[in-house]
Design a protein around this ligand. Structure first.
Ligand SMILES: [Fe+2]
Length: 181
């Protein structure tokens, strides 16, 4: 189930709050400038649906975001636990970093942990199927896909060539919980 845990950035041992109430999650993250939405589709998506079918199923929502935020392109990515490079992929975004554009992900299936460091707090958002999250440009965060990564996600970009991680060098992420699964 989608879940938000908030900590003080200076104290990973104490949870300030923890909730799986999506309305509360959306209010709290919204106040911190982080978009979170839940998307539904009328399409019957097979477990092994191809990328075009996945895009078609969520085209209305994708177009709405593009119109609102000016995203230039989008794609679909998948990870599964038997991927030979899963550990390498996982490690890639475990350290705190920023991007020059929004990091926008919609979880078609599976899950992933987005952890945002803002306003002296750490927001650990476990995204599940049907969750859309947008981490604003230049916002410190890290991402954990877990030791057994399982997800299919739609990504939206301003500029896919420019989507690179700028690492802050702060080891803060090592003090906070990661996914166990
Ligand atoms: Fe990122």
């Amino acid at each position: 189930m989608s879940h938000l845990t908030i900590y003080a950035a200076a104290d990973s041992a104490t949870e300030l709050s923890s909730t799986d109430d999506f309305e509360e999650i959306s209010t709290v993250l919204g106040a911190a400038g982080i978009r979170i939405e839940r998307w539904q589709t009328d399409h019957d998506l097979a477990v092994d649906a191809d990328n075009d079918s996945i895009i078609a199923a969520y085209q209305t929502e994708i177009t709405r975001l593009i119109d609102e935020r000016g995203y230039q392109t989008y794609d679909v990515v998948s990870m599964n636990p038997d991927h030979p490079d899963k550990d390498e992929f996982r490690k890639k975004f475990l350290d705190e970093h920023t991007h020059g554009e929004d990091e926008v992900r919609f979880f078609v299936r599976g899950h992933g942990l987005f952890v945002i460091h803002a306003d002296g707090k750490v927001y650990a958002m476990l995204c599940e199927k049907d969750d859309l999250i947008s981490v604003p440009a230049n916002t410190k965060h890290w991402f954990d896909m877990g030791p057994n990564p399982t997800f299919t996600a739609i990504r939206l970009f301003n500029n896919p060539q420019g989507w690179v991680a700028k690492f802050t060098g702060d080891k803060i992420s090592s003090r906070f919980p990661l996914l166990e699964n």
